[in-house]
Ligand binder design. Structure first.
Ligand SMILES: *Cc1c(COP(=O)(O)O)cnc(C)c1O
Length: 421
């Protein structure tokens, strides 16, 4: 058989679109089970298989911080266990393990330490008011993790297997670490290029891990203050802003730190004046268009500049279902995914057409925006309810109800727990 460097795997076309072709090749080579015409031979690498999960429970359980413990603010306290799974180019995925939380051991030559071969997900586990443990649309996070991993030459995997691993871990740690109704813990599925080899090359080894941490609620009670960045962009056409890869975040920390030093909460990222995202959240504005229509507007996905947020998608879908025909008691909205500029926002603010704005993402949840600074001028954003706009408030309550089981909805996925006290 010809080496794959010459003959692309079945279904991968020769094209000058190198990144697209490389992602298709990565999937064909590392998770042929995902493509219907993929090669199913004895040579196929072992797939990620949650049914092979090996359990090693901790013998030195940690104590759970009580509410108000300062460690919660540091987002460093993890639960007793973590999931790990190691992939090797030669063999595929080894059996995943649930094992005591602890340090990883990496060669100083590990790919991730030099070339940012890292991607992650951010999700939460919720203790419902009915006592049940839930995830919110975990399938969407696991699918996005596949988009991210293959974008940076890490292996493909079946997202449904990752979802099972996440559930297996929280089934074990949920009862002890998240007992109180109405609370959450943050989950961080991560993949890194862990093989030791200093060449600038596709990692031959990867490690997937899933940890759960305490995280303070980040939604600002008095509204978020944003500082629009006029120099420095987060993402660009042809780049990788749509992937949740570590390389998108390290370089953005300086602008974020500067915004904080000036009394703002987050950077509003612009691209040639176009409004893209707020920090690590998607940005929404509700305004009255010049034609007089009330619109919910957010940046589109098609340019692959912004992160395809699960919260963003969920808000758009709920808004389409529940806010477009007056049934909510609020004025009906037109839902618009399109590019808009900071100048559009300034114009709308000057005309008094801005109704509200908010940021949305797992970490910040639905967070009303109180002000946006652009070129040294603060635009005050109305908040009809004092601490929030009406639309953000309503959408937030809908999502909260789904996450904590007050509304029975297919997005709120109940996770059965392991009882061993
Ligand atoms: C994670 C993230 C979001 C929000 O995505 P969710 O799936 O809603 O949590 C938005 N923008 C960026 C840049 C992000 O990293």
């Amino acid at each position: 058989m010809a080496p794959s460097a010459i003959t692309p795997p079945h279904g991968v076309q020769q094209t000058s679109e190198l990144t697209t072709a490389a992602v298709a090749r990565k999937i064909a080579e590392t998770a042929p089970e995902l493509i219907s015409n993929g090669v199913k031979t004895e040579m196929a690498p072992r797939p990620l298989d949650a049914s092979k999960l090996k359990f090693t429970k901790t013998t030195s359980p940690m104590s759970v911080p009580q509410p108000g413990d300062p460690i919660i603010m540091t987002a460093s306290q993890c639960t007793d266990h973590m999931i790990t799974a190691v992939w090797k180019a030669s063999t595929g995925w080894a059996d995943p393990e649930l094992r005591p939380y602890g340090n990883l051991s990496l060669a100083p030559t590990a790919s991730v330490l030099h070339y940012a071969t890292e991607c992650f997900e951010g999700m939460k586990m919720y203790r419902g008011f009915d006592g049940k443990l839930r995830l919110f649309r975990p399938d969407a996070n696991c699918k996005r993790m596949l988009v991210s991993s293959t974008r940076i030459s890490l292996p493909a995997f079946d997202p449904a297997e990752l979802e099972k691993l996440i559930k297996a871990m929280i089934a074990v740690d949920g009862p002890k670490w998240l007992p109180k109704p109405g609370t959450f813990l943050y989950l961080r599925p991560t993949m890194i290029g862990s093989g030791g080899a200093l060449g600038v090359a596709t990692p031959k080894e990867a490690t997937l891990f899933v940890i759960a941490t305490f995280m303070p609620p980040l939604d600002a009670p008095t509204g978020m203050r944003l500082l629009a960045s006029t120099n420095g962009v987060r993402a660009w056409p042809g780049g990788f802003g749509y992937a949740k890869v570590g390389a998108n975040y390290g370089p953005s920390l300086m602008a974020n730190g500067e915004a904080r030093a000036r009394g703002y909460d987050q950077v509003l990222w612009l691209l040639n004046g176009t409004v893209t995202e707020a920090g690590a959240s998607n940005f929404f504005v509700v305004w009255r268009s010049k034609e007089g229509k009330v619109q919910l507007v957010t940046a589109p996905l098609d340019g692959k500049i912004i992160l395809d947020g699960v919260t963003r998608r969920s808000i758009l879908q709920l808004a389409r279902e529940r806010l477009t025909s007056g049934q909510s008691g609020l004025e009906s909205l037109e839902i618009v995914e399109r590019n808009f500029t900071m100048d559009d926002l300034v114009d709308a603010a000057k005309d008094g057409r801005i109704i509200e704005a908010f940021a949305a993402g797992t970490a910040y949840f639905v967070c009303p925006v109180a002000a946006i600074n652009y070129k040294d001028e603060d635009l005050d954003i109305p908040m009809a309810r004092g601490n929030s706009g009406d639309y953000a408030h309503l959408v937030k309550s809908w999502l909260t109800n789904i996450m904590y089981g007050k509304e029975d909805h297919e997005w709120g996925v109940v996770v059965p727990e392991v009882e061993d006290k």
